[in-house]
Design a protein around this ligand. Structure first.
Ligand SMILES: O=P(O)(O)OC[C@H]1O[C@H](OP(=O)(O)OP(=O)(O)O)[C@H](O)[C@@H]1O
Ligand SMILES: Nc1ncnc2[nH]cnc12
Length: 189
């Protein structure tokens, strides 16, 4: 669901976040309208607003694990974890974690990839939140959900800064709630 339809209608912070997103056409491949969040986080107010919105939503939901998806989920997830008193765990691209891992393959808008999580990173029954910068097809989030569930965690929600209204991959999220702050930008004006 979109933040604007869930208590934050007309909230000027959402407009600020949306306006800070820069669209880069044809990156990294022709046809992709790349949503660049670097200016969201280089503006202190906009970055703080983004984290605050998530923290306000998740602080009383009994969440003990905030899982961030490499790479851009790492920008937001640790700040949220610290603020709500949860642990942060990284879901990493293949070959980056030194310990024993479990892996999940998934398809991207522009290729295939794999996510890994350390065995023992979460305990059975823990309540987890998954954070990323953007949901496009939903393939990445669905892989993250599978990893956490294989480890016995309960995925309470997935949350992204940017997401399409009709996330085609919503079905791939297996019914898990998805919380999105703003829609993708069509241009940077
Ligand atoms: O909903 P999906 O179609 O799965 O796409 C969303 C994912 O794609 C991007 O990551 P990317 O794989 O490009 O990696 P990066 O963060 O390392 O650049 C983005 O940060 C999300 O993780
Ligand atoms: N259009 C897009 N912009 C930024 N990151 C993405 N990941 C998948 N699709 C993307």
């Amino acid at each position: 669901m979109f933040a604007a339809e869930n208590g934050l209608r007309g909230d000027p912070r959402l407009k600020g976040i949306s306006e800070a997103i820069r669209v880069v056409p044809n990156f990294p491949k022709p046809g992709i309208m790349f949503q660049d969040i670097t200016a969201v986080v280089s503006n202190h107010k906009v970055f703080k607003d983004t984290v605050d919105i998530f923290v306000d939503r998740y602080r009383d939901m009994g969440i003990s694990v905030v899982a961030g998806v490499e790479a851009r989920g790492f920008i937001f997830a640790p700040a949220i974890a610290l603020a709500i008193g949860a642990k942060f765990i990284p879901l990493r691209k293949p070959g980056k974690l030194p310990g024993e891992v479990i892996s999940e393959l998934y398809e991207l808008e522009y290729g295939n990839d794999c996510l890994e999580m350390h065995l023992g990173a979460v305990q059975h029954g823990e309540r987890a939140l998954v954070i990323d910068d953007i949901v496009a097809t939903g393939g990445t989030l669905s892989a993250a959900i599978r990893l956490l569930e294989r480890a016995g965690a309960e995925v309470v929600e997935c949350a992204c800064v940017i997401g399409l209204r009709e996330v085609e991959g919503r079905r791939r999220l297996d019914g898990k709630p998805l919380y999105i702050l703003v829609e993708p930008r069509q241009d940077s004006s």
